[in-house]
Ligand binder design. Structure first.
Ligand code: DC
Length: 210
């Protein structure tokens, strides 16, 4: 079974994907980490994510081992840089190949990101589109990141989320949007346990209907 989970930053899709992967015994790929790894590689080489040559080179050399240091990829600022490299079609082409290779495992997989149900795995067995208001997402992200980054405020996190939402939904290639056949899950009022239960119910309902 392939499960595709899409949604905006801090919608809860990552935690949900991890829980569902354990529940259904599937391996999981957080595809946002791939774009974060590309951005990180550019910055580590003293490059600029606005430079097409630098980001394309980094995407071409993308290697799964770069995902190992997840905490580093989640540092403040890398999400914004990832959103910039992710708007480049050449970068997306390299990252697409990586994701398709992962999803080709006959045991199945869960992938979460922005374009999994629409572009990466359009034939996924289950597609979930996870949303929440920008304010609820900023509140969650702020609580996660406040211990990490000096000078972070709720307002700066909300501004960052809104900026990324705008870039991710309006880019010309593979914009963030729900696939026509995606099941919608709004987590604004749900904690992780409730979101997980709701997702399992949606998936069970879908599989019973097939
Ligand atoms: O989910 P995240 O915050 O780790 O993602 C970082 C950025 O990567 C996000 O702003 C947009 C981009 N991204 C994408 O364009 N497509 C994906 N499938 C996953 C992430």
């Amino acid at each position: 079974m392939i499960i595709a989970i899409d949604g905006p930053a801090a919608s809860g899709k990552g935690t949900l994907a991890r829980r569902l992967a354990a529940h259904y015994d599937l391996k999981r790929l957080d595809t946002g980490l791939l774009y974060r790894a590309v951005a990180r590689a550019v910055l580590d080489a003293d490059g600029d994510v606005e430079d097409p040559d630098a980001r394309r080179l980094a995407a071409r050399d993308l290697d799964g081992a770069q995902l190992d240091n997840e905490a580093d990829l989640r540092m403040p600022g890398i999400g914004e840089a990832a959103s910039i490299v992710a708007a480049d079609p050449a970068v997306r082409q390299h990252v697409l190949a990586f994701q398709r290779g992962f999803a080709a495992d006959p045991q199945g997989a869960i992938l979460d990101g922005r374009d999994i149900g629409t572009v990466v795995c359009p034939d996924a067995d289950v597609k979930l589109f996870v949303t929440a208001t920008a304010e609820a997402r900023a509140e969650r992200r702020f609580r996660e990141m406040a211990p990490l980054g000096a000078g972070l405020t709720y307002q700066s996190v909300l501004d960052d989320i809104r900026r990324r939402d705008t870039r991710d939904t309006s880019r010309a290639i593979a914009p963030l949007k729900a696939a026509d056949d995606a099941l919608l899950l709004d987590t604004t009022e749900l904690d992780i346990e409730a979101a997980f239960r709701a997702a399992v119910d949606l998936i069970s309902g879908l599989r019973a209907a097939i």
